[in-house]
Write a new protein. Structure first.
Lengths: 164, 350
């Protein structure tokens, strides 16, 4: 597992650095691009965990769709080239403690539920078929509920966008 | 092939795969530019095209590449230089990631990905990012408009493309491109083994939707709104010159080649011929020579599909922006959803 550990730390450090740049950079498009680095790092971590389906979904949904829409939206409205002075505001004093509390809470939740459990040495790639069997078997109801929420969001967006 | 590869150390195999990927991206791109862009377009316009460099103008491409490489690499004064330089590379990287899952023969593949087609659709969407930031970082209103148009168009046409692929995945029962090839070539239609079961016949609607969608994804006319030269100079590419323009140019035609390869894998049987011709029953029976014939068969099918794409490109006038969006959202997507419904019903019934 040593190679995976080295890979994990390289990617993790890269993600932390990029995440810091997201909040410290003073250009909104640069911030979005640093966020792309963070999200692709997450996809890399999923691959190290032998979860290739989740990794590809991460790329397809977050990089291919969400970030493109982010950039699209900011470019339509306010993206200027060069530094903007009013991008960093005084909420730092509130934001840093909230971030730290989130980190502690997530860390506690993870160590509480997994503790010293380790991945099996010969971790096999979970096939997409197994995932779909799980989704359309025991987790069918949550899946339907999620689709319903998404449908409601789409209908809401159309209602908001209609002029008449 | 597997036997030969087993004797090479891992780094050697990786090196071979990288070289193979370079060949699989650049060779089709060069061929497409020469055969279709230089020659076919010229013949359709009753002229000869380039004739000076090399026999029949065949070295023209090298002359063009040399010309672009020696040009100055200009970055506009008020542009965001770092992002401006990065953008074309993102577009090209997306193409190289795409070719990694395309199988070229029974053992001639780069990666045998279980979720191959899903991966291909995911990485192909990365190029939108490159185009969008190319348009923004140029500090030019035409570039920005081109980038925004490109993003809107690529998102709109990605959906019918994904939905058209789902029909094939339902029919083959797998997302692995290699297994999709085997499923088509070892199948039979109406009890006749000799034709195999290319999905272009049973998924004809899916094939048409996929071809229209990749025409739009490649921003080829009639879907070339993002670089509409009569309105936007050259869209998101306006400020690029020298080798960065060359990268965009290679990226465009390399992506055309790779998308055509994926279309031929999904709908035309990829590298294979119907297995019944040689009495093979599964992928293990296939003779070793198929590893060398496979890429050639694949190349032929790819050229056929690119020919169709280019034929339409040179024949049709450009759509208007609202027509283009309406065509995707009100035309292609409902038809593709209907295709999925019909395919899954038929799959359950038979």
């Amino acid at each position: 597992m040593i190679a995976q550990n080295i890979g994990f730390w390289i990617i993790a450090l890269m993600m932390i650095g990029a995440a810091l740049r997201v909040v410290t950079t003073n250009n909104v498009v640069h911030a979005a691009l640093w966020l792309v680095v963070v999200l692709s790092g997450a996809a890399g971590q999923y691959i190290l965990l032998a979860a290739e389906f989740v990794a590809i979904t991460q790329v397809l949904v977050y990089i291919g769709a969400v970030m493109v829409l982010f950039l699209f939206g900011t470019m339509l409205t306010r993206a200027r080239i060069g530094a903007e002075s009013d991008l960093n505001n005084s909420y730092k004093k509130l934001g840093i403690p909230v971030g730290l509390i989130m980190l502690v809470a997530m860390g506690l939740a993870l160590t509480d539920s997994f503790g010293d459990e380790r991945l099996p040495e010969s971790a096999t790639v979970v096939s997409t078929q197994e995932i779909s069997d799980q989704i359309f078997g025991p987790y069918l109801l949550p899946f339907w509920a999620l689709s319903f929420v998404l449908l409601a969001a789409v209908v809401g967006a159309i209602v908001l966008a209609r002029k008449d | 092939m597997t036997v030969i590869l087993a004797e090479i150390p891992y780094w050697g195999q990786s090196l071979l795969r990288v070289l193979g990927g370079l060949v699989a991206v650049l060779l089709p791109a060069g061929t497409i530019v020469y055969v279709f862009l230089f020659k076919m377009m010229s013949f359709m316009q009753s002229r000869l095209g380039p004739m000076e460099a090399g026999p029949y103008g065949s070295m023209q491409l090298f002359a063009e590449v040399g010309k672009w490489l020696q040009k100055e690499d200009i970055v506009p004064d008020r542009a965001d230089a770092r992002i401006f330089k990065m953008a074309p590379i993102i577009v090209l990287v997306s193409t190289f990631l795409l070719v990694a899952v395309v199988p070229f023969g029974p053992d001639a593949w780069f990666t045998d990905f279980e979720t191959g087609i899903f991966y291909a659709l995911a990485v192909s969407s990365i190029s939108v990012l490159g185009i969008l930031i190319a348009g923004w970082s140029s500090a030019n209103k035409y570039s920005l408009l081109g980038g925004l148009r490109a993003a809107g168009q690529l998102i709109a046409y990605e959906l019918p493309m994904v939905l058209a692929v789902i029909g094939v995945v339902i029919q083959a029962g797998t997302m692995n491109l290699q297994k999709i090839v085997v499923a088509q070539n070892s199948g039979s239609m109406f009890g006749i083994d000799a034709v195999g079961h290319p999905y272009v016949i049973s998924q004809f609607i899916g094939f048409i939707i996929f071809m229209i969608a990749i025409q739009a994804e490649l921003t080829q006319a009639p879907f070339d709104m993002p670089i509409a030269e009569s309105e936007l100079v050259s869209g998101y590419m306006t400020e690029y010159s020298g080798f960065r323009f060359l990268i965009f140019f290679i990226g465009e035609f390399a992506t055309a080649g790779v998308f055509a390869m994926i279309a031929s894998v999904l709908f035309l049987g990829g590298w294979g011929v119907p297995f019944a011709w040689f009495g093979w029953t599964s992928i293990d029976d296939i003779d070793n020579w198929m590893n060398f014939a496979g890429p050639l068969i694949m190349f032929t099918k790819m050229m056929l599909l690119v020919f169709i794409i280019m034929w339409i490109r040179f024949s049709y006038p450009r759509l208007r922006e609202d027509q283009l969006q309406r065509f995707a959202w009100k035309g292609l997507i409902p038809v593709a959803l209907g295709n999925i419904a019909v395919t899954s019903i038929l799959k359950v019934v038979f």
